[in-house]
Design a protein around this ligand. Structure first.
Ligand code: HEM
Length: 188
């Protein structure tokens, strides 16, 4: 029989970290995929608070990771441990890098690299689906389906965003070519 477990504090913290992380992705994704949401003012409101929400996600993930390390009696000297928890650990490293560089000083110092570095937030999305699926396999709590559905939805929306941006770029390039042709015809 399929049974759903209660969620202990460690899992609740993981879930809240995931929820806060998804909230940080909403403004940019919604601006492109659902441009009408701009009229509600919600994406702009979230954008202003994105850094704070990102830091909240980091501290919640820290709490989650800490409780999981205790629960599963991690052996930090065994390399196998890192392999078993590769998805959680790599997402946590990404969250750490993003959190320590979420300030104006880092934006100025890293220049173009800052944007590249912060793109790491997107692979984290896919790694998290794998993390939850793998680690919760066979003992889902009531939070597991919500986490999996939410992470999958935001990943699909992100792919749609990439596709829209690609289409826009192609359209712009086509327009440029037509304009160049017209200018060429006039000067001939
Ligand atoms: C140090 C890094 C991490 C480690 C070692 C770790 C470990 C784990 C483990 C062992 C589980 C299974 C819990 C169980 O058996 O009940 C789990 C579940 C989970 N983790 Fe992580 N994790 C890490 C990072 C993260 C991060 C960064 C997030 C989110 C942003 C996250 C979100 C979740 C979620 C949502 C679940 C499923 C909770 C549920 O469905 O009840 N984890 N994690």
């Amino acid at each position: 029989m399929v049974s759903i477990d209660q969620a202990p504090l460690g899992n609740i913290l993981g879930f809240l970290a995931l929820a806060s992380y998804i909230v940080t992705l909403i403004p940019t994704i919604f601006r492109i995929v659902f441009p009408k949401t701009k009229e509600t003012g919600i994406p702009q409101w979230l954008l202003k608070r994105r850094r704070t929400i990102g830091l909240i996600a980091f501290f919640l993930a820290l709490g989650h990771g800490f409780l999981m390390v205790q629960k599963r009696n991690f052996d930090f000297l065994d390399t196998k441990t890192y392999w078993i928890y590769i998805q959680g650990v790599s997402t946590f490293i990404i969250f750490t890098l993003l959190s320590i560089t979420s300030n104006n000083w880092s934006v100025r110092k890293l220049k173009k690299n800052w944007k590249q570095l912060h793109k790491l937030t997107y692979p984290a999305m896919v790694i998290l689906i794998w993390h939850i699926w793998d680690k919760m396999s066979g003992h889902w709590t009531y939070l597991t389906p919500i986490s999996l559905v939410a992470t999958t939805i935001i990943t699909v929306l992100f792919i749609i965003r990439l596709w829209i941006e690609h289409q826009d770029k192609q359209e712009k390039n086509a327009k440029k070519v037509i304009q160049k042709d017209l200018v060429g015809q006039k000067t001939r």
